[in-house]
Design a protein around this ligand. Structure first.
Ligand SMILES: Nc1nc2c(ncn2[C@@H]2O[C@H](COP(=O)(O)OP(=O)(O)OP(=O)(O)O)[C@@H](O)[C@H]2O)c(=O)[nH]1
Ligand SMILES: [Mg+2]
Length: 223
């Protein structure tokens, strides 16, 4: 007898993800599942975003890490509602973990909820959590071939942020090559160059969030 454990796990996960999505819909939360390898700049992007959107849209964060509350502590400095999930050993967040975080957030006071997934370019892409969009960050220190080597994450994402472009001249990263590789695995993938250090591209990223929110829910109440 053959038992497909992974298929069962993903099916069970999808049911909880659908329930999460219903809760998010009721509260008019646009939900982004933010993924990247460790250190690509997820938390830094959220710090820059938190600074920039203050008073314009209400950002909330669920931060996933294997250990430590360092990321949530960084984000709390920007007065963002944030819940830290520590997975212990799991290399990704799943829908059940997100469901367990929801009672700790006042969703009625959040417009855009970003789920910062565990740093990992593989497993997070396999588990839906109830998000509207997956967004992947690739930083220029990681190599421009990564979309080809880790295609699932790039295939499943709506947007690719190429981060740390301030470091381009110190690397052999070829922006055109990276974009072409990403397009090869996902022709519909939108792409933006950003630097969380200089602020380049942060406005474009926030516009992208605003547009996605408006397409789903109409104008932001506080915009
Ligand atoms: N030069 C440069 N450094 C950056 C940029 N964005 C982030 N960093 C640095 O990269 C390092 C890692 O950034 P984080 O934001 O912690 O990365 P992360 O993706 O949240 O990491 P994990 O949560 O551990 O997966 C930090 O030292 C940041 O200051 C950037 O645009 N340019
Ligand atoms: Mg982080």
């Amino acid at each position: 007898m053959k038992i497909s454990v992974m298929a069962d796990i993903l099916e069970a996960n999808d049911r909880i993800a659908a329930a999460n999505k219903e809760v998010f819909g009721k509260h008019r939360n646009l939900v982004i599942n933010l993924m990247s390898s460790p250190g690509a700049g997820k938390t830094t992007l959220l710090e820059r975003t938190g600074e920039a959107v203050r008073d314009k849209l209400r950002l909330g964060v669920i931060a996933g890490d294997i250990e430590t509350t360092r990321d949530s502590e960084r984000l709390e400095r920007y007065q963002l509602p944030v819940v830290q999930l520590t997975t212990g050993t799991a290399c990704h967040l799943d829908a059940n973990m997100i469901a367990s975080a929801l009672p700790h957030l006042d969703l009625s006071r959040i417009d855009i909820l970003v789920i910062e997934n565990v740093g990992n370019l593989v497993c997070p892409a396999e588990f839906r959590v109830g998000e509207d969009f997956k967004v992947v960050i690739l930083s220029v220190t990681e190599g421009d071939e990564k979309p080809l080597k880790y295609p699932l994450m790039f295939r499943q994402s709506a947007l690719l942020l190429i981060n740390k472009v301030d470091l381009l001249e110190h690397t052999n990263f070829n922006l055109e090559e990276a974009r072409a590789n990403a397009r090869r695995v996902n022709p519909d993938l939108e792409m933006m160059d950003v630097s969380c250090t200089t602020g380049q591209g942060i406005e474009a990223w926030i516009s992208w969030l605003n547009q996605r929110y408006q397409r789903k829910f109409g104008n932001l109440k506080r915009a």
